[in-house]
Design a protein around this ligand. Structure first.
Ligand SMILES: [Zn+2]
Length: 349
């Protein structure tokens, strides 16, 4: 027995390369990034958030970063519709922050406040942005992140809505936090809200730039952190000072450049995370069998970053529906491909 084990060890030591079986791994985030991060600004068109257009978007655009803008659709004037149109053209995303920003709930209770109306606040905002910009918002954040179960169910049932920012009937801290990669719930996307003094945030100014701390927390845990802010260098609620915002954007841009962080709007992140959860990929000999039959695989579908440990006889050619797929050979000897699960099985040669 002992002798046999020694022989085995000896053999392993002599082997030039470990003989690994071919395998497939869908990367947690696109292009092998370690973590994901979302930049979100609430109260566009209301609440003195002019600094979003004046300061924030130019800072982001100079660094190739994209934000997600929460529109109070019933408050936008013509100039703001024009600014939103330009923001869309620059690659930013818009989300539904209701028609009038009326408070969803009496604080701390499940009682809707007078004036809340699902059709007016959610459905009408969708239609207004569609009519003005030809754009379908796909994500909803309720004012103060407070909502009844009925209001959340109503928003989630809108055909174009892919996700909701985590809302509850009261603030108990459980809707804030990080979105763990294998546990992402599209109807409860956790976030952290910026407060200059850190009051209701998980982060405190004594530990440095709070915006950076939230992005860093995602990098350390491989998760997705969603940053909620209002305006920048303006008269908005808990406005972010420009220097702090610029430092944050510099940090994000450096991490993106290093290939460590993926910065994207929430529906882009959700498309990837839910496709990864719901579209089944299986390596069978020289084929990747794709099962995209699940409704959420179809609904959220996007291309997934797939790394493959090859068999000795692979030549590194991949095709789907007769079309060659681009592939990259990694330093590890693995192949990396970008695979849209709704386009069928992949042949390997
Ligand atoms: Zn708001």
């Amino acid at each position: 027995m002992m002798f046999h084990r020694l022989i085995t060890c000896f053999f392993l030591l002599l082997s030039p390369l470990p003989l690994l079986a071919a395998s497939l791994q869908v990367q947690p985030w696109p292009a092998g990034a370690k973590a994901a991060h979302t930049i979100a600004h609430d109260d566009v068109c209301g609440g003195n958030t002019g600094g979003i257009f004046q300061h924030a978007l130019p800072v982001l655009q100079a660094r190739g970063l994209h934000a997600s803008l929460g529109v109070i659709a019933g408050l936008c004037n013509e100039q703001q519709w024009q600014q939103l149109k330009q923001a869309l053209q620059a690659g930013h995303e818009l989300f539904n922050h209701t028609t009038s920003h009326v408070g969803m709930l009496e604080p701390g209770s499940l009682a809707p406040i007078a004036g809340w109306d699902n059709l007016k606040e959610i459905a009408q905002a969708q239609r207004l942005v569609q009519a003005k910009l030809g754009y379908s918002m796909q994500f909803v954040a309720f004012p103060s992140d407070l909502a009844t179960p009925e209001a959340k169910a109503f928003a989630a049932a809108q055909p174009e809505i892919l996700g909701l920012r985590a809302a509850k009937h009261l603030y108990d801290g459980s809707n804030a936090g990080l979105n763990v990669v294998d546990e992402i719930d599209p109807l409860f996307v956790k976030w952290d809200m910026y407060w200059r003094d850190g009051k209701w945030s998980r982060y405190k100014p004594a530990n440095g730039n709070m915006l950076i701390q939230h992005a860093q927390a995602a990098l350390e845990s491989g998760s997705w952190s969603y940053r909620t802010m209002h305006g920048v260098a303006d008269g908005s609620f808990e406005s972010v000072p420009l220097a702090q915002y610029t430092e944050y954007a510099d940090f994000l841009a450096a991490k993106v450049k290093a290939g460590e962080l993926w910065v994207a709007p929430p529906t882009t992140v959700l498309r990837y995370a839910i496709s990864r959860q719901q579209c089944a990929l299986q390596l069978q000999g020289k084929q990747i069998k794709v099962d995209a039959s699940g409704p959420d695989c179809q609904r959220y579908h996007t291309a997934l970053t797939v790394d493959l440990t090859p068999d000795a006889d692979w030549q590194g050619q991949f095709s789907q529906q007769g079309q060659k797929l681009a592939s990259q050979k990694l330093a590890s000897g693995q192949y990396r491909i970008l695979l849209d699960p709704t386009k069928g099985n992949v042949r390997i040669q």
